[in-house]
Design a binder for this molecule. Structure first.
Ligand SMILES: Nc1ncnc2c1ncn2[C@@H]1O[C@H](COP(=O)(O)OP(=O)(O)OP(=O)(O)O)[C@@H](O)[C@H]1O
Ligand SMILES: [Mg+2]
Length: 507
């Protein structure tokens, strides 16, 4: 009798405690659970809803994007049999993103009902029990969008889109990556009143949807940024995108094959975006030769007639010299706001010295001012690079800037003062190689201290700093000549490897 009770108790424990536990913790349990659900679902009629990635105009379907974000946020994403893992977003390489595999069923529960998502190439398929669709479909989709929006807001992420080669196999042409540029509108080296005007203009634009609609105009605003190379145009665009919190679509015109290709590409952009065409002047010249895209194709794009009506877009074009752009392209309405990016003057030089070297005043400032007043100048990029390379010694940095202004500031393509732009492509190719490298080289080489500025009678009297600025006439002693020989040898050695220099003056 006791034995029977014992065996009965043992059977009860095994069947109601041990077996369920074993099943729930092993793959057999999961397997049985999945099979059971399949059998259970087989007794229900289902409705299927497709969410394609692109609409008929090849524009990205925002709902698709939201579903990706929503599903990735669900803890059950980790329980799937197969899931793709991605990492390496530029701004956060440690972040791992889960993306469901094609053909993988992704179950979700909403208001007590089970729904299933499946990714089928570029299309999500939602499976809902037919009898429950009226009760949950719209509220479920609203819930998905709300969760995705909340994630988006938390991330506050601006993305950079770049147009890829035209590949008929692929649906979308834009490849995107998180856009984390440190520049803001405030860090630009242009007049602060102008910066405030740009900010007010952008703010007004954001609030003007109904105003534009009332006028029957496309809700867009176009900006032309013009000035020599290295004056901060691209950095300013990054600042504008950050200010607006808009995604950036950087159109690489060399990859556009025809007017219709350009149209298609633009149709694939979304609202709340900043569409950028850099070096428009250079492209217009090339376009005249290649005929890939006609002038009217570009003008149509600038007019915004091929963008979806009513959706907010800001367009930004950069040119090195607007005098070389067809006036048709720049007429009011096509370009709403012109922003000039000049080379450095003394005042912007002082700002750079303050931000890069932490100095507001210096005994060499009067000399620098004199040189600027004589008409020499360089771009903020060139002066900034010298300062970064020599940031350990402000005096050395200023001496190197003086030398660069004297040797390149009045001669090079970028070295003329504002209003004297060098014409089409003046800034291209970029900063003169010898100058940018000299900043780095001088930052590394120990030079004789008793040197004078070339072209100047003023003696550099700072014995603690060593400048790369020197003049042959001033080398009198054998020791100095020896130093010079050592310097030239050192320089030529460094120059051989100059392609590997980075902005920090390190190899
Ligand atoms: N306000 C600034 N302060 C300091 N450095 C700056 C500033 N603006 C630009 N620079 C420096 O100049 C470099 C070039 O700037 P940017 O690319 O924005 O110039 P650009 O006008 O677009 O030149 P390009 O016409 O050659 O494309 C930046 O990487 C940055 O180092
Ligand atoms: Mg640029």
């Amino acid at each position: 009798m006791i034995l029977m009770i014992f065996f009965t108790l043992l059977t009860i424990i095994i069947s109601f405690w041990l077996i369920p536990r074993l099943l729930s913790r092993t793959s057999i349990g999961q397997f049985l659970q999945t099979r059971w659900r399949v059998i259970e679902e087989a007794f229900h009629a289902h409705q299927f809803y497709k969410v394609p990635k692109f609409n008929n105009h090849m524009q990205e379907n925002q709902l698709f994007h939201k579903i990706v974000m929503y599903l990735n946020s669900l803890p059950s994403a980790e329980d799937l049999d197969y899931v793709n893992l991605f990492s390496g977003c530029n701004n956060n390489p440690n972040e791992i993103t889960l993306v469901i595999n094609n053909d993988q069923m992704f179950p979700d529960v909403f208001l007590g009902s089970r729904v299933y998502w499946k990714l089928d190439k570029d299309c999500f398929v939602l499976k809902i029990r037919r009898k429950e669709k009226r009760r949950i479909l719209s509220t479920y989709l609203q819930h998905v969008c709300k969760v995705a929006d909340e994630i988006d807001q938390k991330k506050n992420e601006v993305r950079l889109y770049i147009n890829a080669e035209n590949d008929p196999e692929k649906n979308g042409r834009w490849i995107s990556t998180p856009f984390k540029h440190p520049a803001t509108i405030d860090t630009a080296m242009i007049d602060s009143d102008l910066k405030n005007k740009v900010k007010s203009d952008l703010e007004l634009f954001l609030k003007s949807k109904s105003y534009y609609h009332r006028l029957g105009r496309v809700w867009k605003r176009s900006y032309l940024l013009y000035g020599p190379s290295g004056t901060g145009k691209s950095s300013f665009i990054a600042g504008m995108a950050k200010f607006l919190c808009y995604d950036v679509y950087d159109v690489d015109m060399s990859r556009i094959t025809s007017d219709s290709d350009l149209k298609l590409l633009l149709l694939q952009t979304t609202s709340k975006s900043l569409i950028v065409i850099e070096d428009l002047d250079r492209y217009l010249v090339e376009q005249a030769k290649s005929k890939a895209v006609s002038l009217s194709g570009i003008l149509n794009f600038m007019d915004g007639i091929i963008c979806c009506c009513g959706e907010e877009r800001v367009m930004v074009f950069t040119v090195s010299n607007k005098d070389h752009v067809d006036p048709l392209a720049l007429r009011p309405g096509r370009i709403d706001f012109h922003i000039h990016f000049p080379l450095c003057d003394f005042s912007s030089f002082k700002n750079l010295a303050n931000s890069h070297l932490g100095i507001k005043e210096h005994k060499l400032f009067p000399q620098v001012e004199e040189i600027f007043q004589a008409g020499a100048s360089l771009s903020p990029a060139e002066i900034g690079e010298i300062m970064i390379s020599n940031r350990g010694s402000p005096t050395r940095a200023l001496k190197t800037v003086i030398n660069a202004l004297q040797t390149n500031g009045g001669k090079t393509g970028t070295g003329h003062r504002p209003g004297h732009d060098q014409g089409l492509g003046s800034g291209l190719p970029r900063a003169p190689r010898n100058l940018s490298h000299s900043g780095s080289i001088d930052g590394l080489v120990d030079l004789p201290s008793k040197l004078t500025h070339s072209g100047s009678t003023r003696t550099v009297d700072d014995s603690s700093d060593h400048s790369g600025v020197f003049c042959m006439d001033n080398f009198h002693t054998g020791k100095e000549l020896k130093n010079l020989y050592g310097l030239l040898k050192n320089r030529s050695r460094r120059r051989e490897g100059s392609m590997d220099f980075d902005g920090e003056g390190k190899v």
